[in-house]
Design a protein around this ligand. Structure first.
Ligand code: ADP
Length: 356
């Protein structure tokens, strides 16, 4: 299996399990519809990511001053951090319309040729999950981005010929969760690359207070703080938890989103104080209590929690590793001291020294 295909499978697993938990970063169509009302409409409303925001603002202002389409923009970073939102903002700031498609939606190079040849001057083409474009489509895209041309193939076999079709200037905004998977020739076609990082809790608080205003729900500051701290650095998760806390407040509370309401709601949904859900905690608990903190192989660990190894590896593990709870060593997974502390267990003396 090629590296690319392995990653495609990982994403399918992540998507499948996204529906099961409140703290997975992916979104389905229903959620995307709920999100639409909460999207910042311009760079000033976009919270955090100061560096990317400043740089983009310069790129856009310079393009506007010149009256030309800006360089192509690549946005990379984990799901739910604002790549689609920024693509919409770029189009809005340029006063241009936005066309949206994605790597997996383009089955054949011809599909992409059709999209490209219908673009109007100055339009912004958002290509989500650009790392999942098939190779022939990718090659067509390089040429279109660099020379504003597509070669339309007419006929078949030996008699086939390519007729070049000139395209009006346009801007591609590519989004990827894995910039490292993009082939260098494609990466090089982007004049500007912005990397989005996880948000700090105070930034998520601002996202939440803004969303609450838009949804017209009374969110107290301390509740915003509590929800932010369980949102795994991800605005999408923060907005999702906010909606669930609102449900709780309306059904079981007095409608106000207080600290107590936030805590009670998130307990119901089994999202703990660090934003871990049931699967995350099951992995930590098995690692500490059944395997003495490891090292233990991924497959053994997965069997212990009744999941597929790739689910543990792609759904639970990235956050546990990022949080410094789990370490990956050549001999297997180990629980780091913070994992024992989080479970309220006493770590054996050698915990942590196994790491590395
Ligand atoms: P991605 O494309 O990276 O998966 P999205 O752009 O779809 O993420 O963002 C997910 C949700 O989070 C959207 O509803 C959006 O409103 C919200 N969001 C993301 N980034 C920000 C931000 N910087 N400020 C406010 N809301 C944000």
């Amino acid at each position: 299996m090629s590296e690319r295909h392995a990653h495609e499978d990982e994403e399918l697993v992540t998507e499948r399990f996204a529906a099961d938990s409140l703290v997975r970063p992916g979104a389905d169509d229903l959620e995307r519809a709920a999100e639409a009302a909460l999207r910042p409409r311009n760079l000033d409303e976009f919270v955090g990511q100061r560096v990317v925001r400043d740089q983009l603002s310069l790129v856009l202002q310079a393009a506007k001053a010149r009256g030309r389409a800006p360089d192509h923009v690549l946005l990379s970073g984990p799901p739910g951090l604002g790549k689609t939102t920024l693509a919409m903002i770029i189009a809005a700031e340029l006063g241009a319309s936005l066309r949206v498609t994605s790597g997996p939606a383009i089955q054949h190079a011809g599909d992409l040729a059709a999209v490209l040849s219908s673009l109007e001057e100055g339009e912004v083409l958002f290509l989500d999950e650009i790392h999942r474009l098939a190779r022939p489509a990718e090659e067509l895209l390089y040429v279109a981005m660099e020379d504003f041309r597509v070669d339309v193939v007419v006929g078949k076999g030996a008699g086939a010929s390519a007729i070049p079709l000139a395209l009006p200037p346009f801007t591609v905004v590519g989004a990827t969760t894995r910039a490292g998977l993009l082939p260098a020739p494609l990466r090089d076609r982007f004049g500007f690359t912005g990397h989005l990082d996880f948000y700090a809790d105070d930034e998520l608080e601002r996202v939440l207070l803004r969303s609450a205003r838009l949804l017209d729900v009374p969110l107290e500051h301390r509740a915003a703080h509590e929800i932010a701290s369980r949102s795994r650095g991800t605005p999408r998760i923060a907005n999702r938890l906010l909606r669930r806390v609102r449900d709780w407040a309306e059904v079981r509370g007095d409608g106000r989103l207080t600290l107590a309401a936030a805590r009670a709601a998130l307990d119901v949904y089994e999202v703990d104080v660090r934003g871990l859900d049931r699967l995350d905690r099951a992995v930590l608990t098995a690692l500490c209590t059944r395997f003495g903190g490891g090292p233990v192989g991924l497959t053994t660990l997965a069997v212990a929690v009744g999941e597929e190894p790739e689910t543990v590896e792609t759904v639970a593990e990235p956050f546990l590793v990022r949080e410094g709870l789990v370490g990956r060593t050549p001999r297997g997974r180990v629980a780091l001291p913070a994992a024992w502390a989080h479970l309220g267990l006493e770590a054996p003396r050698e915990a942590g020294t196994l790491f590395g």
